[in-house]
Design a protein around this ligand. Structure first.
Ligand code: SAM
Length: 306
């Protein structure tokens, strides 16, 4: 039989017990609607053998549902009173499953280690840091193969946007480097306490089984940041600062087979990869050239006239 999830009365009571008043700074909007929890978990397609990473468990609404659906839950919470209370909440509402929960008091944007390898990420993310948290976790925990996150609806659109659309930008390209991303629904404001002003969106992701290409991720992400920092400019101009000059950015773009007169918002992740690869190659060739100028072929200390 399905076990009950937390509703509005339980959530308010738990907040009082923890002595917390929800703050905007930490994006604290707690889900008070069991149907929303069921919907998140079924859309996330969590399997019973999985270890799920939950970011920002708050008062535990989603955590209890995840304990029912998965083998283990690792919950990363930044707010000490919430992190402290969560094991007690699990013990109280899921006594038979509470030992399968680990709570880590940490900032999810910086967390380096977890007690178990997570295979899925399922979270109602703190809205103001949703994108950096998602990108950090995808980079830091390669064992995460899929997931579902709730974010502001506008951010959900940005994450799932395709090249050429108005919402396409840095989050869209960086996220698609790691995974296939899709919008998976919209959630109204009245399922939260306190109710936020704007609606939320669900985003699902499936990590790519293999990296898309051999490329230094930090170089790739620098190109993406530079291309969108001045999104109205042509790529040649927008990448000039990053490349050192507009002549070099033009040269790199041509070597990558990308039209320097295009804007970054037209490019898909594969084209950004080609630019990063061309930049790495150009740099390698330049270094070789510099070395051969500094040490001409055949010259060595022994060749020097005494
Ligand atoms: N999962 C709960 C729910 O659905 O009711 C709460 C979600 S609430 C939108 C966001 C949660 O993330 C809060 O519990 C907040 O304290 C926590 N949080 C905020 N910033 C965080 C961070 N950088 N790392 C980890 N948790 C964070």
């Amino acid at each position: 039989m399905e076990q009950p999830l937390l509703g509005a009365a339980e959530i308010r009571d738990l907040a009082e017990r923890a002595g917390i008043r929800p703050t905007k700074t930490l994006g604290q909007n707690f889900v008070i609607d069991p149907n929303t929890i069921r919907r998140i978990i079924s859309t996330a397609k969590v399997r019973p053998d999985e270890t799920v990473l939950e970011v920002g468990p708050g008062l535990g609404s989603l955590t209890l549902g995840l304990l029912d659906a998965a083998d283990r839950v690792v919950a990363v919470e930044i707010d000490p009173p919430l992190a402290k209370q969560l094991p007690e909440t699990a013990q109280r509402f899921r006594p038979d499953k509470a030992d399968r929960l680990d709570v880590v008091l940490s900032d999810a944007m910086r967390v380096q280690q977890l007690p178990h390898k997570p295979t899925a990420l399922v979270a109602n993310l703190p809205y103001n840091v949703a994108v950096p948290v998602l990108l950090h976790l995808l980079a830091q925990f390669p064992s995460l193969t899929h997931g579902l996150v709730m974010v502001q609806d506008e951010v959900a659109d940005r994450l799932a946007a395709a090249p050429g659309s108005k919402t396409y930008g840095v989050p869209s390209v960086k996220a698609s480097w790691f995974a296939e991303i899709a919008k998976a629904g919209v959630i109204g404001t009245n399922v939260f306490w306190p109710a936020p002003k704007i609606r939320s969106g669900l985003v699902s992701f499936t990590r790519r089984p293999e990296p898309l290409a051999e490329v230094d991720r930090s170089v790739l992400f620098d190109v993406i940041d530079a291309a969108f920092a001045q999104r109205r400019k042509t790529l040649r101009a927008a990448l000039a600062g990053w490349a050192g000059s507009s002549q070099r950015s033009g040269h790199i773009l041509e070597a990558a087979g990308v039209d320097p007169a295009l804007r970054g918002e037209r490019l898909d992740v594969h084209q950004f990869i080609r630019i990063a690869q061309a930049a790495e190659k150009d740099r390698g060739e330049k270094l070789e050239l510099d070395e051969s100028v500094a040490t001409p072929r055949g010259s060595s200390l022994g060749d020097k006239p005494s």
